[in-house]
Design a protein around this ligand. Sequence first.
Ligand SMILES: [Zn+2]
Ligand SMILES: [Zn+2]
Length: 162
Amino acid sequence: MASHAKPESIEGGCLCGSIRYTVNFPRDHDFDNAVTTCQCEQCRKGTGVLFLRAHKVPMSAVTFQSQSTLKNYHATPGYARGICTNCGSFLSWREEDSEFISLAVGCFDNKYLTKYGRVLAASQKHVWCGEEIPGVTDHLQGNKWRHDNEGEGAELLSSSKP
Ligand SMILES: [Zn+2]
Ligand SMILES: [Zn+2]
């Protein structure tokens, strides 16, 4: 995937436009390993789609131009899920004691997804696959983890190459 063009910055926001942000990717940003899909029930219900696809960047890479309707919802203490209180968009989640934020790639503006989709949204890392839906969400290629992919107890369920 290294041959795919990478953006220096992108813009995104919620459906109603009251939350807008710019991401300035650090020079050493690892695009190939930044995207994760999650099949946990919290992400499923929080987003309304069968699995979340999110791109992890340092908090310092994100600048909000407007965020008056941004609210953090905590389904689990210590984990903030960023939503727009006006339109309901799910924009991000983050572990609050970390320096990183995972941005829902569906909130990136279309022009960036069209041009840089492979490096912004394609994922070989899939977490919470213990909750995948047989015949519906179990088709992803890459490394599948039962729960989280890091820390103690991380369990790799399967690995496949595209
Ligand atoms: Zn909104
Ligand atoms: Zn999740």
